[in-house]
Each structure stands twice: as structure tokens, then as C-alpha cells.
Design a protein. Structure first.
Length: 116
């Protein structure tokens, strides 16, 4: 009876886990940023703000995501602010939001870490 290939001893080959000289890069600082962007609604809001090329009143953001309630929109805006993706400035009753330029720089840094 012939032994199957699965039962034959494996030939020794070069180790699969060769250290390449580069140390692991700390990606934790980017987790909150990317988590905030992972939500479809927040990503849509970021697209709206990017297209505006400046700041938008929250009323314009609400019109963009009119299928959501005001408390839900506020929650999403809070997530974006806490992640450092947008800035907020109160003017009277309204809050104006804009993309935080530092967030753009952080995203570029992350892409650079990935080799891009």
C-alpha cells in the first residue's frame, strides 16, 4: 500500500517568518480616526464637507442626511469631532463644521505608513 502525500514527511524549507529589519509601526493613534470614517453616514458627511471646500452650517448637513433624526445627526457629528476629523464653531444658534486640516495630514501619514 502506498502512503499518501499527506502522511509523507515535509521537506525542511527556509523559515517563513524572517525578520525584515523594519519594526512594527504603531497604528493605534489612527484607530479612532478610521473607526469614525468606517460609518457610511459619517463618510457621507465628510464627503459633503469636502465638496463644500469650507465650512457648512449644521442645517445644511441635516438637509443632506434628512432621513436621520436630529439627535442621530448630532451623534455622528460628535463622533467626527472626537476623532479630530471636523471642527465646530458655534455662531448664535447654529454650529458650523469644517474638515480639520490636521485630520487630512494624519490620513496622509497613515497612507504613508502603508507604503503609499
Amino acid at each position: 500500500m502506498k502512503a499518501s502525500a499527506a502522511n509523507e514527511p515535509q521537506e525542511k524549507s527556509s523559515p517563513c517568518c524572517v525578520r525584515r529589519g523594519k519594526q512594527s509601526t504603531d497604528t493605534k493613534p489612527y484607530a479612532l480616526l478610521l473607526k469614525a470614517l468606517a460609518d457610511e453616514t459619517r463618510l457621507s458627511i465628510m464627503g459633503l464637507l469636502a465638496g463644500a471646500a469650507g465650512e457648512l452650517c449644521v442645517c445644511e448637513i441635516e438637509a443632506h442626511v434628512k432621513h436621520l433624526s436630529q439627535p442621530t445627526i448630532s451623534h455622528h457629528m460628535k463622533q467626527l469631532r472626537e476623532a479630530g476629523l471636523v471642527t465646530a464653531e458655534r455662531r448664535g444658534t447654529w454650529i458650523y463644521h469644517a474638515i480639520d486640516k490636521r485630520a487630512v495630514a494624519r490620513l496622509r501619514e497613515f497612507v504613508a505608513l502603508l507604503g503609499g
